[in-house]
Design a protein around this ligand. Structure first.
Ligand code: NAP
Length: 311
């Protein structure tokens, strides 16, 4: 259930064989309600601007669904899914991409690089000195597969990191907080705020007028989670007033972001087209093959999603 099979076919076949799995057939004919299907590899498919809603109940011998992506909100409320859902955890590919993207944009905002890249006007502004990481506090909402390594890399450079998760965490060098009071403390200390939360009923519009007002004046936001984490009208109001200095957004409530959307026009918004962390074919094929091997052997691999929790 993915239109990416042509890109995966060769590499995934090779990785499956390397794992000792030989008797298999890869097919993208999802309409065949086949008793032969044991595993479904999933990525969202959009037809006529609408994401296809999948019916898994037709596959009587389905053992697991393996998502090519880390975000799994498409499955929430899908009552036809009765087997384990495994999200993509690809440390060498997807995770590294996210770390690189977040690092790049955090440093860009921290050092005010746009001023020099976009504003070459012949004026020698030597008195505006770049700050150093030690003097900057960063908040990271979400300390999971992606938020945790992003926090640790930023910490390594010297930033002071406030992290927030649903459950209590203890990560060396990171100020780990949770719960409503924890969120307040993270926001109040975030000169740069990075969103790496999944979209759930509890995280939807977590950045709204109230939470944005808790951020320090002239703070900056990076959203690499999901568009619906942010109430757009509130963010736009805060960007226009200058309370929020910049928003760098990779994910949007509607994708592709419509041409007429204010985010394209606001001078203090950077739009990137949901590219923060792609799933590379090579590394994710290894993960898929290893997960399928585990499942065949009756073991649950890393990344089993708790659909009740919503991520
Ligand atoms: P993950 O491993 O499931 O981690 C999610 C983190 O969010 C966990 O730390 C979790 O807390 C925390 N969390 C969830 N609900 C919360 C709540 N109500 N309050 C506080 N914290 C909460 O997810 P991941 O693999 O890091 O991925 C995060 C998201 O990134 C994905 O869901 C996806 O939407 C997005 N993503 C975007 C791209 C892109 O290209 N832009 C690529 C991949 C993924 P606990 O640790 O306590 O459970």
């Amino acid at each position: 259930m993915s239109d990416l099979l042509p890109y995966y076919k060769e590499t995934l076949s090779r990785e499956l064989v390397q794992k000792g799995i030989k008797n298999f057939k890869l097919s993208d004919n999802g309409d065949n309600s086949s008793e032969e299907v044991n595993f479904i590899i999933y990525s969202p498919v959009i037809k006529n601007r609408v994401k296809l809603n999948r019916d898994f109940s037709r596959f009587k011998n389905l053992k697991a669904v393996l998502s090519l992506y880390a975000g799994i909100e498409d499955f929430i409320g899908n009552k036809t899914l009765k087997c384990p859902l495994i999200k993509m955890i690809d440390k060498t590919g997807l995770t590294n991409s996210m770390v690189e993207w977040c690092l790049a944009h955090t440093l860009r905002l921290h050092l005010g690089l746009d001023r020099h890249i976009l504003g070459q006007d012949g004026i020698w502004r030597h008195k505006v000195k770049p700050p150093i990481a030690r003097d900057r506090s960063i908040g990271v909402l979400g300390l999971g597969e992606l938020g945790r390594p992003v926090s640790l890399f930023l910490k390594k450079i010297g930033f002071k990191i406030f992290g927030w998760s649903r459950t209590r965490k203890n990560i060396k060098g990171i100020i780990c907080l949770h719960g409503t009071n924890g969120l307040k403390e993270v926001l109040q200390n975030s000169e740069i705020l990075i969103l790496l939360l999944p979209l759930t009923k509890d995280t939807k519009f977590i950045l709204n007028n109230h939470s944005l007002s808790l951020l320090p004046r002239r703070s900056q936001i990076i959203n690499a989670g999901r568009g619906e984490l942010i109430e757009d009208t509130s963010l736009i109001k805060n960007l226009r007033s200058g309370h929020i200095l910049n928003a760098t957004l990779d994910v949007f409530q509607q994708e592709p972001l419509p041409r007429e959307h204010p985010y394209w026009i606001l001078p203090n918004v950077t739009v990137t087209p949901h590219i923060a962390a792609d799933t590379p074919v090579e590394s994710s094929s290894k993960v898929l093959a290893s997960n399928i091997k585990d499942l065949i052997e009756g073991k649950l691999p890393n990344g089993v999603v708790d659909l009740n929790k919503g991520y």
